[in-house]
Design a protein around this ligand. Structure first.
Ligand SMILES: Cc1cc2nc3c(=O)[nH]c(=O)nc-3n(C[C@H](O)[C@H](O)[C@H](O)COP(=O)(O)O)c2cc1C
Length: 360
C-alpha cells in the first residue's frame, strides 16, 4: 500500500527519503557552543531510527544570540568542525542532515531549563541582550537594549555566515528560526516591536529585518539546497502576530526562495502557547500551505503514525515534525513503518537479528 508518510519529498536538489523529521530540540549541553559526544549519540540515534530529516537544534549565529550559555553555536569554524562528523554520520544512515539557525534576542542570557529559567548575569557567563525594542520578555528576564541599524546589519551577516559554514560541512537543509518569541519573531510581532523606524510599525516595517535575513541566507546558502523558515503562525493574543500576517509573510518568503514554512505558534509573551492538544497547530500549517501556495511542515502534538499519515493525506502539510515523541522513542519512524506496513525505512543491518526475533 502507498503511504504519504513514507513517500519521498523532493525539495530543490535534495530528496528527503520520507516525511518524518526530527524537530529542532535544544540540548543546552555545549561548552563554547561546541557539539560533543552527546550530540553524536542523540542525533545519530534518531538517524538510525529512520527519520528522513534530522534537524539539529537551534544553533546560535552569534555568541550573544544564544538562549543559554550551554547552547549550540555556529558563529565560528571550530563549532562547524565539531558538527562535521555528526553531519556525516546522519547522512551515512540515509537521513538528510539539517540545522536550525537562531538568534534569541531578548530571550537570551538565561539559565538552562533544568536549572530553572532565570537571567544569567554577565559575571556568571551571561551577556547584555538586545531586541527590536527595549522591552523585556517578562519580569526576571534580562532587559534588552534597543538594536541599532548596525546591529540589524550585523545579525543579517551572522545568519549568512552561519549558513556558509553549514554548507561547508555538508549540511543539506537550513531552517531559520523566526518563531517562539526569539529575535526574528520579536521583529514580526507588534507585541515586541515598538520601533518607529523602517524596521517597525506596520506589517512592511516589521517583516523588513526577517526578510533581509532570509534574502541574505538564500544568497549564501547553495541554490540546490532547501531553505526552511520556522514561524509562530499566531501569537494567540489580541493585537499580536496572527495567521493572516503569517500567510502574507509566507508569500514574501516564497518569493525570496524559501522552500518550506514550518508552522509552530506562540511564545512571544509568557503563557501564550496555544492549547497543546494533539495536532493543535496543524490547521496553521494547512492555512499557510493553501493561502501562500508554499510547502509546510506540521508540528506539535503529533504522536501516532495514523495521525501523521492523515495530516499528509488531507494535504494539511508536506512534512511532519516530531519532537517529544522522538525523544521518547528514537525508533518511532521504524515502528510507524511497521504499523502502516510500509516497506521502508528498514532497521539497520546491524540490528537485523533483533528484528527477525521480534517477528517470530
Ligand atoms: C527538549 C526540547 C527542545 C526544543 N528546542 C527547540 C529548538 O531548538 N528550536 C525550536 O524551534 N523548537 C524547539 N522545541 C520545540 C519543538 O521543536 C516542537 O516544536 C515542540 O516540542 C512541539 O512538538 P512535539 O509536540 O512533537 O513535542 C523544543 C522542544 C523540546 C521538547
Amino acid at each position: 500500500m502507498s503511504h504519504r508518510l513514507f513517500s519521498p519529498l523532493p525539495l530543490r536538489g535534495v530528496t528527503l527519503p520520507n516525511r518524518i523529521a526530527v524537530a529542532p530540540m535544544c540540548q543546552y549541553s555545549c561548552v563554547d557552543g561546541l557539539a560533543d559526544a552527546w550530540h553524536m549519540v542523540h542525533l545519530g540515534s534518531r538517524a538510525v531510527g529512520g527519520a528522513g530529516l534530522v534537524l539539529l537544534e537551534a544553533a546560535a549565529v552569534t555568541r550573544d544570540g544564544r538562549i543559554s550559555p550551554g547552547d549550540l553555536g555556529i558563529w565560528n569554524d571550530a563549532q562547524a568542525e565539531a558538527l562535521a562528523p555528526i553531519v556525516r554520520f546522519i547522512a551515512d544512515q540515509g537521513s538528510i542532515p539539517g540545522i536550525q539557525l537562531a538568534h534569541a534576542g531578548r530571550k537570551g542570557s538565561t539559565s538552562r531549563p533544568w536549572e530553572g529559567k532565570a537571567a544569567v548575569p554577565p559575571s556568571q557567563g551571561g551577556w547584555q541582550v538586545m531586541a527590536p525594542s527595549a522591552l523585556p520578555f517578562a519580569e526576571g528576564y534580562p532587559s534588552p537594549r534597543e538594536m541599532t541599524e548596525a546591529d540589524i546589519a550585523a545579525v543579517v551577516d551572522a545568519f549568512a555566515d552561519a549558513a556558509r559554514r553549514c554548507a561547508a560541512i555538508g549540511m543539506q537543509v537550513v531552517e531559520l528560526h523566526m518563531g517562539h518569541g526569539y529575535l526574528m519573531h520579536q521583529f514580526l510581532s507588534p507585541l515586541a516591536n515598538r520601533r518607529g523606524d523602517a524596521y517597525g510599525g506596520d506589517f512592511e516595517g516589521r517583516i523588513r529585518a526577517p526578510l533581509r535575513v532570509a534574502a541574505a541566507v538564500r544568497e549564501s546558502w547553495p541554490r540546490e539546497l532547501p531553505l526552511f523558515v520556522r514561524i509562530s503562525a499566531t501569537d494567540w493574543l489580541d493585537g499580536g502576530w496572527d495567521l493572516e500576517q503569517s500567510i502574507a509573510f509566507a508569500v514574501r518568503l516564497k518569493a525570496l526562495g524559501v522552500d518550506l514554512v514550518d508552522c509552530s505558534s506562540g511564545a512571544i509573551l509568557p503563557g501564550s502557547q496555544g492549547s497543546g492538544e494533539p495536532g493543535f497547530q496543524v490547521p496553521l500549517a494547512s492555512a499557510v500551505r493553501h493561502g501562500a501556495g508554499i510547502a509546510t511542515a506540521a508540528v506539535g502534538g503529533i504522536t501516532e503514525a495514523c495521525q501523521a499519515e492523515a495530516i499528509l493525506q488531507r494535504g494539511d502539510a508536506d512534512l511532519v515534525l516530531l519532537a517529544r515523541a522522538l525523544l521518547r522513542d528514537p525508533y518511532w519512524p521504524l515502528r510507524a513503518a511497521a504499523e502502516l506496513e510500509a516497506a521502508q525505512p528498514s532497521w539497520p543491518v546491524q540490528y537485523q537479528r533483533a528484528v527477525t526475533r521480534m517477528r517470530r
